[in-house]
Design a protein around this ligand. Structure first.
Ligand code: FA5
Ligand code: MG
Length: 418
């Protein structure tokens, strides 16, 4: 049952949200890891390219080869790819709402820290800026961590604009499982109103109505029933902020974050908050597509496997296509048990495993963690699930890669294996 399986894993997003950099008070208070003398460039980033999309790397560069490969795949522009189909469907909905709505989907994913963080009021010490969460090309440029990085840009570039959507690939260092991938896609939406005529409350009302309408359209839900709920959230760039959850297949699932655009952000875009105000939202396209088409594993979006691609056409939304999973090959499990140094960051380990194993790594689970009462040392045990989506892996070939991972964690992350 692909859909059920998908939903179980999708719930993990919600649990991981407070950890996520851009949302939640808890995330703001998490201190950045101490990094004395430790290489932050955990994965294979040894030879940075001359440039990435016109930006020259410096010593802050931390983009591994496997992530760099994803740049320029343009999955959203492929009308037969589930993400392209969904993006088209979202555009159709908004074009109907506002015939003047503009759509952008070809912005470069390399953006300045000013656009990605500063202009959005993300504090200088916020964890979302840390190299353990974000891919840096150099000290001033990152792979965008969210499509909100283009809010101010479009608002100042097109002062007459009343509403726009901007979709694109975004990048975050994160955990590894069926619903987390270092590259995923977001869609940003913005709508402006005359501040003299429309109150802040009415802006919020319009935002909720518009997004409930979108969810109803996508999932064929009836608005007003017990199918959606709004929860309070926190983002530095909207006030108030909320997130939308929809009830689908017996469970609540977080779909997007949104709110009324903060006055400072409007000013940073060259707008006068006395004259205009508006709302913004950011939604995760994979998450919606997984549910919409019953896609159980986020790696599939990037797969070249014909058995995946062949199942979708430009008509898949109207035809309500559901993905038929191909048979699963058996997993190979490998445990890593180790004493970790104080400055150890899980994301560094995840990236190293992803770097050695690529898409053959299905997930990494933390099975055990404890601190020795006498020595004060901390031990962690992770289980790596290896599984190729198109063939059976042999224990020998996994061993070779696993050994390499072990060598590197000892060497580069200074752990002691147990
Ligand atoms: C943001 O990124 C904000 N920029 C959203 C926003 C925009 C708020 C405009 C207000 C105004 P957050 O980190 O929660 O927020 O991510 C938004 C959505 O992206 C989530 O609801 C989820 O659907 C998706 N998402 C987040 N992390 C991942 C991930 N690792 N993999 C796949 N999808 C993800
Ligand atoms: Mg969120």
């Amino acid at each position: 049952m692909a859909l059920g399986a998908g939903l179980v894993t999708l719930r993990r997003f919600s649990r991981s949200v407070p950890r996520r950099a851009l949302a939640g008070h808890t995330a703001v208070t998490r201190t950045a890891p101490k990094v004395p003398g430790l290489p932050r460039k955990a994965a294979t980033v040894l030879a940075p390219p001359e440039e990435i999309l016109g930006i020259k790397p410096d010593e802050k560069y931390n983009v591994p080869a496997g992530v760099r490969e994803k740049l320029g795949k343009n999955l959203l522009l492929n009308e037969k790819h589930p993400l392209g189909i969904l993006w088209k469907t979202v555009q159709d909905y908004f074009a109907e709402q506002d015939p003047n709505c503009k759509f952008f989907d070809t912005e470069k994913p390399v953006v300045s820290t000013v656009e990605c963080f500063d202009k959005l009021r993300v504090p200088p010490d916020h964890v979302s800026r840390s190299p353990s969460d974000t891919y840096y090309v150099n000290a001033d440029y990152v792979l965008r961590t969210h499509t909100s990085a283009h809010q101010c840009q479009f608002l100042s570039q097109y002062p007459e604009i009343s509403s726009f959507l901007c979709a694109g690939d975004v990048y975050r260092r994160d955990e590894i499982d069926a619903s987390h991938y270092p590259a995923f896609h977001q869609c940003e939406g913005v709508r402006l109103f005359d501040a003299q005529k429309v109150s802040k409350e009415e802006v919020m009302e319009d935002l909720k109505k518009t997004l409930e309408g979108l969810a109803a359209h996508l999932f064929n839900l009836k608005t007003g029933e017990d199918t959606m709920r709004w929860l309070d959230e926190y983002f530095p760039f909207t006030e108030p902020s909320v997130e939308l959850e929809i009830f689908y297949q017996e469970d609540w699932m977080e779909v997007l974050g949104c709110g009324v655009i903060h006055h400072d952000v409007l000013r940073n875009a060259g707008l006068d908050p006395e004259k205009v105000h508006g709302w913004a939202f950011g939604l995760g396209l994979e998450r919606l597509a997984m549910v919409l088409f019953g896609i159980p594993d986020i790696r599939l979006f990037w797969s070249d496997d014909e058995r995946f691609a062949q199942q979708f056409t430009a008509q898949s939304f109207t035809e309500k296509t559901k993905f038929k999973p191909f048979s699963k090959y058996p997993p190979v499990l490998k445990d890593i048990s180790m004493w970790i140094p104080e400055e150890f960051v899980d994301n560094d380990l995840f990236e190293m495993i992803r770097d050695e194993g690529g898409d053959q790594v299905e997930k990494v689970d933390l099975l055990d963690e404890f601190t020795h009462p006498k020595t004060g040392r901390t031990s962690k045990m992770f289980r790596v699930t290896w599984r190729d989506m198109s063939r059976t892996l042999t224990n020998e070939e996994v061993n070779t890669k696993h050994e390499k991972v072990l060598e590197r964690v000892v060497e580069e992350l200074k752990v002691e294996l147990r």
